[in-house]
Ligand binder design. Structure first.
Ligand code: GDP
Length: 364
């Protein structure tokens, strides 16, 4: 599954947010259980109204959402890259994530101490990014030394790695994140293997006060501007609101959100933004036993999409019987869609679309 690391300086609201997400009614509902794997790791069902609609039509016994994992990564302070305090563990935790949700304090409150004595989310974002950049530089310098001999021996992989490492270092040395390195298609795999922290896609989470969750405030506006300039995205969330919602049942939560002028809870918006950031999409498998959602990257071909369910599906792939979500709903199910000529047989080169209802045929 996909892992999103929640990072940020101390006292910005990370734990408040993480705890709220793990306890929220939506997460607690049978369909979308959030199970806490470790104290700081939570696995949440991705809310998707389409899945409920499909299950309703097919009268599926079980509804199984696709999942996303959140990791609350505490302990980032200035100097973390030097391994002070929890620094090293923190950096190892980030390495294992697919993307970073960077929580920024966009609320004023004299009772909550700021580590640097002032509320400035743009400066905070830079503080953390700098730590990631320094950590990447140090790890690259070490790794470059380690592969010198292989490079001299003409090892092709090592030569490619060295070239990519040097390209990354050149950008990092300018104080910029490795995210900005342009990587050729042929180098993508080797590039990902470098697991650079500052190469991870970033989603800024502006934590604002309760009254400001709908529109944001002057501080979140500055973050939005920074994010746009960097090509990163941002969401506005009030961790305090999420905390209150987490104590309500689903109906009460809906009412509360309406009062605040919010369409969706923070969990939903965070997941959607994460999906967008990672270039993810969903396809469905639907039958009387279960209706289930699966996550794939955009552009994934049918056999690889099948492989998310089981390796055998990919290896023995024959074809995918495909019904677009809207067609499935309009025809009130598989039989109707078939009759209406809306079920297509797609082969190995079919690029799966968001919302496709798929049935795979494969050799065992
Ligand atoms: P962490 O260190 O980043 O995990 O921060 P915490 O979640 O522990 O929050 C630090 C303090 O800030 C706690 O006392 C929270 O109640 C408070 N806090 C979190 N979000 C908000 C907010 O939106 N507004 C205000 N006023 N306080 C908040």
């Amino acid at each position: 599954g996909f892992r999103m690391g929640i990072v940020g300086l101390p006292n910005v609201g990370k734990s408040t947010l993480f705890n709220a997400l793990t306890r929220t009614a939506a997460a607690q509902a049978a369909n979308f259980p959030f199970c806490t794997i470790e104290p700081n790791v939570g696995d949440v069902g991705v809310p998707d109204a389409r899945l409920d609609t499909l299950a309703g039509i097919a009268k599926s016994q079980n509804i199984i959402p696709t999942r996303m994992t959140f990791v609350d990564i505490a302990g980032l302070v200035k100097g973390a890259s030097k391994g002070e305090g929890l620094g090293n563990q923190f950096l190892a935790n980030i390495r294992e994530t697919d993307a970073i949700a960077h929580v920024l304090r966009c609320f004023e409150d004299d009772d909550v101490t700021h580590v640097d004595g002032r509320v400035d989310p743009v400066a905070d974002a830079e503080t953390i990014e700098t730590e990631l950049i320094i950590a990447d530089m140090e790890s690259l310098e070490k790794r470059l030394q380690n592969i010198v001999r292989k490079v001299r021996g003409g090892d092709k992989e090592a030569v490619q790695q060295e070239r990519l490492m040097k390209a990354a270092l050149a950008v990092l040395e300018e104080g910029k994140p490795a995210r900005l390195v342009e990587v050729a298609e042929d180098d993508q795999k080797a590039w990902r293997m470098l697991q650079l922290l500052s190469a991870k896609p970033v989603l800024y989470v502006c934590n604002v006060d309760e009254g400001e969750a709908a529109e944001g405030n002057a501080l979140s506006a500055r973050v939005a501007e920074m994010a746009a300039a960097q090509g990163n995205s941002h969401v506005i969330i009030s961790a305090k609101i999420e905390e209150e919602i987490s104590q309500l049942d689903a109906d009460e939560a809906r009412e509360f959100l309406d009062e605040l002028g919010l369409e969706e809870a923070g969990l939903d918006r965070l997941i959607k933004a994460g999906y967008e950031l990672l270039g993810l999409q969903t396809y469905f498998t639907v039958g009387p036993k279960e209706a289930r959602a699966w996550t794939i990257r955009k552009g994934t071909l049918a056999p690889q999409a099948a492989g998310v369910i089981h390796g055998d599906f990919e290896r023995g792939f024959i074809r995918a019987e495909t019904i677009a979500y809207d067609d499935y709903v309009a025809a009130k199910g598989e039989a109707g869609a078939k009759e209406a000529g809306k079920m297509r047989a797609e082969g190995k080169s079919y690029e799966v679309k968001d919302g496709d209802v798929l049935h795979f045929l494969f050799n065992t």
